[in-house]
Design a protein around this ligand. Structure first.
Ligand code: PEP
Length: 215
């Protein structure tokens, strides 16, 4: 079973999200080999949740959560609020580290809160220097130079990084960085790589599905 995680970032409005999911649901997903996680902006979670309620193997995630549990933190979205709405949360994406100054301590708190509220963290790391909190079970290796550039990392280098991480078992190790239908097969052929985090290509349901179909 491979993960196919769509990170929409700050893209799509309500109409576009509905069009995306309506199209995606017409495509023949093989539920035995793919676990699809769609991570839209927060306000789009609920309409998507309604749309996928009778489907198998399509899950929802968010792109971040607050490092505060709940309370007077205007503008924050907490794990407590998200409990029951999503199954996954992306934590530590390099864009959050860069633009929002997220540090290891913050990411550890977020991971812990997600776990407390039954939301599975997908921890993004840029390289082996990024710390991985204890209870993390899904690690997404995303070298910064490969994100949104078309310069995907070679399978060989991705596997070398996995070796360096020396992660405890069981965990899922996924790759992200300019994945598309033309380069996805080489990663999927490796039993050491458990799927993808996909940014740009996930914005188009048909292109995203072309990647999933290779799995
Ligand atoms: C990402 O931002 O997580 C990502 C992998 O983006 P892209 O697929 O566009 O490189």
């Amino acid at each position: 079973m491979k993960y196919f995680i769509a990170n929409w970032k700050a893209n799509k409005n309500l109409n576009e999200a509905v069009q995306w999911i309506d199209k995606f649901l017409t495509l023949p997903l093989r539920s035995d080999s793919a676990k699809v996680v769609v991570c839209p902006p927060y306000p789009l979670i609920f309409p998507l949740k309604e749309k996928i309620k009778n489907t198998k193997n399509i899950y929802l995630g968010v792109q971040d959560i607050s490092s505060f549990e709940f309370g007077s933190y205007t503008g924050e979205v907490s794990a407590k609020t998200l409990q029951g709405l999503v199954e996954y949360v992306i934590i530590g994406h390099s864009e959050r580290r860069k633009y929002f100054n997220e540090n290891t301590q913050t990411l550890f708190k977020k991971t812990q809160l997600a776990k407390t509220y039954g939301i599975e963290p997908i921890l993004c790391i840029r390289d082996e220097k990024d710390a991985i909190p204890d209870r993390v079970q899904i690690v997404a290796y995303e070298p910064v130079y490969a994100i949104g550039t078309g310069n995907n990392e070679s399978v060989k280098k991705v596997l070398e990084m996995k070796q360096k991480l020396n992660l405890p078992i069981p965990y899922s190790f996924i790759y992200g960085g300019s994945v598309n239908k033309d380069n996805a097969s080489s990663y999927l052929d490796s039993s050491e790589i458990d799927g993808f985090l996909v940014g740009g290509t996930s914005l188009d349901p048909t292109e995203f599905f072309k990647i999933i179909k290779l799995g």
